[in-house]
Design a binder for this molecule. Structure first.
Ligand code: SF4
Length: 383
């Protein structure tokens, strides 16, 4: 569940569609958490797993910030936990590596974070493999690579799980920087045995980000296509593989997807993946994978629906996706209910079986749809 915590980030990364270039403002965390605790108790729950809405959880620790704004919120959480002793509360948030390291120079902040119940933080690692890419993204984080190592080390020493959130494949990338990205993600996963991978092919222009208004984008063939065929907006989700809208150049598209699948497969092999890739809406003449990438994709998909992977080909991927979307839509439109015996082995779908009217969600959540549509994720994890 989301815990409204804060919004706003003083940075302005070019691909980010969140509330950028704004001071962080806080919600009434105490009131939101108290309500969540009371509801949990009323429904007999014993654990609450909460994802804080902050864009960069420790931003107040950076120059110009007021760390007491954050520690005050953490103290409220600790106090509320004491008032609800029957509830186990796990918390999770996103952060930049530099702000995490700045905050954790204070043992008091670290102790409050642990006492409040945080068990993992997702770090924006985008661009860390190349200073040129970092600068093109306007991350203002030239030392990101070493900052990540410092942060991950501190996380593991304190029993916290670090997540590698990596957006890659912006137009300034080259085959070399993509290869370096693959190497860095592999190195982080191998060096930090509790770390987990969340990788996303870049979507350079999305409504709300700085690039959306850049000269040359509005009126471009891809922009016009989005307006003419609104289904193409599905291709802007960060979990979606590179596609005709996000990567017009076929060579770059195939290369970005090669690394996306390869890194995801590596993380799957280690059992430490927390992101899922979805197949985009694509035209038959605009492939999204070559044969070697499809081999890796089949291996990933076989974890979820082996029966659907054997006859997947580069050519039939888009067709398979379209078929699945049609099924979802027609079942949603007809109000057809989920067969209560479907996916009985998937404990995660239990809540959806109890709400059969959510046909679209049920099907998107069902493992048999993941290889084609992928498990739905929040669009763009930021920081
Ligand atoms: S990606 Fe993160 S650091 Fe960059 S603007 Fe968005 S929220 Fe801020």
């Amino acid at each position: 569940m989301t815990l409204p915590f804060s919004q706003g980030c003083m940075f302005g990364c070019s691909f980010c569609g969140a509330q950028t270039r704004k001071r962080e403002t806080f919600f009434n965390v105490r009131a939101h958490l108290d309500t969540a605790c009371q509801l949990a108790e009323r429904f007999g729950l014993t654990t609450l797993d909460l994802y804080c809405s902050s864009l960069d959880f420790f931003q107040q620790a950076l120059p110009g910030g007021d760390l007491e704004l954050l520690t005050g919120q953490l103290e409220s959480i600790v106090e509320l936990k004491e008032r609800h002793p029957g509830l186990h509360i796990d918390l999770h948030a996103l952060t930049r590596a530099d702000s995490y390291n700045a905050a954790m120079s204070s043992d008091h902040v670290r102790d409050l974070v642990l006492e409040a119940g945080f068990n993992r933080f997702g770090f924006g690692a985008d661009g860390a493999a190349s200073v040129e890419v970092l600068r093109a993204m306007r991350k203002h984080a030239d030392t990101l690579r070493s900052d990540l190592v410092t942060a991950f080390q501190h996380m593991e020493e304190n029993g916290l799980t670090p997540e590698i959130l990596y957006v890659f494949g912006i137009p300034e990338e080259t085959p070399e920087t993509l290869a370096e990205t693959r190497a860095l993600c592999g190195l982080l996963l191998e060096t930090f045995p509790s770390s987990e991978y969340r990788g996303f092919p870049a979507k350079n222009e999305i409504p709300g980000n700085a690039n959306w208004n850049r000269k040359g984008w509005k009126g471009s063939p891809a922009h016009q296509r989005l307006l003419d065929e609104p289904d193409q907006f599905l291709n802007l989700g960060f979990e979606t593989l590179a596609n005709e809208i996000s990567h017009e150049d076929p060579e770059m598209r195939l290369l970005v997807n090669h690394y996306a699948v390869d890194m995801s497969r590596h993380a799957h092999d280690l059992g430490r993946v927390r992101s899922y890739l979805t197949v985009p809406v694509s035209s038959p003449g605009a492939p999204v994978m070559d044969e070697r990438t499809l081999d890796g994709f089949r291996e990933i998909a076989a974890n979820y629906a082996p029966e659907l992977t054997a006859d997947l080909t580069v050519e039939n991927l888009s067709e398979r996706r379209a078929a699945q979307v049609c099924t979802v839509r027609s079942r949603a439109l007809s109000g057809e209910q989920q067969d209560p015996h479907e996916h009985q082995d998937d404990e995660g779908d239990e809540e959806h079986r109890r709400a059969p009217h959510l046909v679209v969600l049920v099907h998107l959540r069902s493992p048999s749809a993941w290889p084609v549509l992928g498990k739905p994720r929040v669009c763009r994890p930021v920081s």
